[in-house]
Design a protein around this ligand. Structure first.
Ligand code: 5GP
Length: 194
């Protein structure tokens, strides 16, 4: 088991057969040592992909993305869920339905921070039905940039997002893939390349 999997077993809480709570290290309180490990893992996986920028979504994607950006030596852009008064540039935007909140947000990114010369790594904390990642991929497309792949901290392999994105020919690398949360028990896929 890798460090992330060990942490999930030690402190993750299975809320239902489909939702895992990891507020103590990723979604509320953040474990910097674990984020350092996650950043190094993403950087190693995408070291040869020519990444020039990381794109994530606020708020839980930011910590793992910053650590990956530090290791890859590239800036991190996060899509905003609410329009900010200071976000006055031309925007790329996409509609994203949230699996956990059951609401649809329009996410947006200023066109100042993504261009057609960028090779983008999309990062997010969880992959469930793929809505968040697909919204970010759509924004990369609007910018006419290249999407080199998607880096996910925790993929729920029993939901469809991973299949949908991989079927589009997009590389998806997940540091932990959960095959089941049934009966309060976390079961990992041992080979995260499938
Ligand atoms: P998707 O867009 O792939 O359906 O869902 C991914 C988003 O929903 C992530 O950005 C994450 O915030 C949230 N999410 C989905 N499933 C879970 C879960 O089991 N636990 C937590 N903490 N967040 C989740």
């Amino acid at each position: 088991m890798n460090l992330l999997q060990q942490k999930i077993i030690a402190v993750g809480k299975v809320l239902s057969d489909s939702v895992l709570k990891v507020d103590s290290f990723l979604n509320h309180q953040i474990d910097p040592e674990l984020m350092k490990y996650i950043g190094e893992e993403f950087a190693a996986l995408f070291a040869d992909a020519g990444i020039t920028k990381i794109l994530t979504i606020e708020s839980s994607g930011i910590a793992p993305s910053v650590m990956a950006g530090l290791n890859l030596g590239v800036p991190v852009v996060f899509a905003r869920k609410r329009k900010s008064l200071t976000l006055v540039d031309q925007l790329y935007s996409a509609k994203v339905h949230s699996f956990t909140k059951n609401e649809t947000n329009e996410i947006s990114v200023s066109n100042s921070y993504l261009s057609k010369d960028d090779v983008v790594l999309v990062i997010d904390d969880f992959l469930a039905n793929g809505q968040a990642a697909l919204g970010l991929i759509d924004i990369v497309k609007q910018a006419e940039a290249d999407c080199a792949g998607v880096g996910i901290v925790i993929e729920k392999g029993f939901q469809n997002g991973g299949n949908v994105i991989r079927q589009r020919g997009i590389r998806v690398e997940s540091l932990a893939i959960i095959d089941s949360l049934i009966d309060g028990k976390v079961t990992f896929r041992e080979d995260t390349s499938k």
